[in-house]
Design a protein around this ligand. Structure first.
Ligand code: PMP
Length: 388
């Protein structure tokens, strides 16, 4: 190992290995069923795979245009208009990114300055806060209110001041499975009116929403859309999380700034996969049925584990199910998650990991984007856990 004697002050001193890597490594070590990290374990559409292959064979292997291939941007703009009734210009208001995470990082890097405050709702997806800190900003954390993980808008009002630059929302929500309502959007509209606050709306689970609810995108609300970056992920929509392609929608002025960073961060995203998604998206049927597919998984998982010692929390969207283990153990959620991985063979994520303050509500997050066989094996193990 080379020696290293240079003085280096970490820019993220409190950041260690992410809980997702830790729990996945533990799952591997103990050969546990891994319901911790959020990725499907079933096959990707063979049509989509052969499209990528065909484009590679055709020689589509060099850099794409910086904002992404136009054909895909046009289809995305048409989809936004159809679903949310809003026109984004494919030339100037749609950018293809290397996953939703890059879009989030880019939007923050492009707009947040030293000491700008950014409101983040905990429990939160773990990339928001480090992105704000690296930009010199200050994450201001507000906790979602249990039992249904709703936003307390009066509390948000009190957090807003001259330095507030951005509010980050996420619907459907990881890890809670909560969704924002029209009322929430109206409150957000009210609170941000007559301010210069930007909104970063993480909507990567737009198609993973249940019980015939309409996804409440900020794009449906013109007064919100005019100040918003909206982030999506093909990984979530087409079960291809490892391909790392997503996109961002924003009004031209915001998108111009976004692209200034995007071009130096990645320049452009994977070319043959963009062509393949464009061909795949042209066929409407490939964008339908995602909701019902995951709803069946959710219902099946719930059915399998009913009768266990866990309390099942409602899940309205995303492919995560929260389980309350307070009747089974008084352990910290991290300790309990580690123990059931080692002793019972099922890995999950302790929800305290999504809180800045490590708030522990005795909840574990389980990903049900898995084959029925995986869910059955996991449930059989979870049913064996009894009170300690
Ligand atoms: N936002 C949320 C809420 C997520 O759960 C994820 C993926 N875990 C992302 C963004 C990132 O998406 P991608 O994999 O496309 O980077």
């Amino acid at each position: 190992m080379p020696s290293f004697n240079v003085f280096l002050k970490s820019k993220l001193p409190k950041t260690g290995n992410s809980i997702f890597s830790i729990m996945s490594a533990l799952a591997n070590e103990y050969q546990a069923i891994n319901l911790s990290q959020g990725f499907p374990d079933f096959e990707v559409s063979t049509e989509l795979i052969s499209l990528v292959n065909q484009f590679m064979k055709k020689g589509i292997n060099q850099y794409a245009p910086m904002p992404g291939i136009l054909k895909l941007r046009e289809l995305i703009a048409a989809k936004a208009e159809k679903r949310y009734g809003i026109k984004y210009h494919p030339e100037s208001e749609v950018t293809i990114t290397s996953g939703g995470t890059q879009a989030i990082f880019t939007a923050i890097a492009a707009t947040i300055r030293e000491k700008d405050e950014v409101i983040i709702f905990d429990p939160a997806y773990d990339s928001y806060s480090p992105a704000v800190v690296l930009a010199g900003g200050i994450p201001v954390h507000a906790e979602l209110k249990l039992p249904d993980f709703h936003i307390d808008w009066n509390e948000v009002k009190k957090l807003i001041n001259q330095r507030t630059r951005m509010i980050i929302i996420n619907t459907p929500h990881n890890p809670s499975g909560a969704v924002l309502s029209v009322k929430d959007m109206q409150m957000l509209e009210k609170i941000t009116a007559k301010t210069d606050i930007l909104i970063l709306s993480d909507e990567v689970y737009e198609h993973v929403i249940y019980d015939d609810q309409a996804h409440c995108s900020v794009a449906r609300f013109p007064k919100l859309a005019e100040r918003s970056f909206i982030v999506y992920s093909f990984g979530k929509t087409f079960h291809t999380t490892g391909w790392k392609i997503g996109y961002c929608l924003a009004p031209e002025k915001l998108m111009t700034e976004f692209r200034k960073v995007h071009q130096f961060m990645v320049f452009s995203a994977n070319t043959p996969i963009q062509y393949a998604y464009a061909d795949f998206m042209k066929d409407e049927k490939n964008l339908t049925g995602i909701e019902s597919f995951y709803q069946e998984k959710r219902n099946y998982f719930i059915k399998l584990i009913s009768g266990s010692g866990f309390k099942i929390l409602p899940c309205y969207g995303s492919y995560f199910q929260l389980l309350d283990f307070s009747k089974l153990s008084k352990e910290k959620d991290l300790d309990f998650a580690i123990r059931i991985t080692k002793d019972f063979g099922v890995a999950s994520i302790p929800v305290s990991a999504f809180y800045k303050n490590g708030t522990d509500h005795k909840l574990l997050r389980f990903c049900f984007a898995k084959t029925n066989a995986t869910l059955e094996q996991a449930a059989e193990k979870l049913l064996r856990i009894t009170k300690q």
